[in-house]
Design a protein around this ligand. Sequence first.
Ligand SMILES: [Zn+2]
Length: 270
Amino acid sequence: MKRAVSRACVRILLTYLLAMCCSFASGGDRWVVQAQRGSLLLYAEFDPDTERIWAELAEVDAELLEATGIEGTSGRVEIVLFSTRQSYLQYLSGRVPQASARRAIFLKNGEISQVYAYNSRSLAVDLRHEMTHVRVHQHMPYAPLWLDEGLAEYFEEEEAARPRSSRREAVRWKARVGFSPTLPALEKITAAEAMGADEYRNSWAWICFLINDSADSRQLLRSYVRQIHRGEAPGRFSEYAATENSGLLSRANSYFRKMTFPLTFASSGE
Ligand SMILES: [Zn+2]
């Protein structure tokens, strides 16, 4: 996937947010559209296809829950859409310098989550990506970076688009010549700024494997997420997986050579 502007999203959980939520909510005429669906509030400088946005985000919620057990809370999610990249940058650059390198950004402070993005052909993908981060961080007190970004990259695409993903061929080709993504290398990365295109793609590939290889792999992902959700500390996933299901990770290389996407998720029976 083209990444001219990185979407390395962020755990910017800072004072910026407090400063921002007051200023944007009182934006007066700035917002052409203000809409609400449950705990989601949308503010836009232009007239977006609001029904499509709600449908895309509901799809992410449903798939995330089914595949991983990740479930959003009722905490407020404010989605702020700018009409142009310039407008997005003007609004955010002084407050969140990291936004300038990204097409969209996710911020969280306590129970309030915010997503900032701008109108473009990839808006739906960007919103699906950022909403995945919102749900991950609502559900889990912390999330390993590879897991957080891997899930966001995975769910940013609609189910039907995943087998056609440009990343799929890259992973398959590399795996067939002996360069499969290695999880311990990804687990060592702790700063989003250290994630480049390869690291995003490799994180995505690992999530593809865990969700799609087998009921066992999916179950392992779900149980790891559940432990963190409960406040436990399962450690690095590679070590957790070796303890819980010692043969599982050895299947990853053969998955990466195929990169298949079953059409439906099997029920985990949980
Ligand atoms: Zn992200």
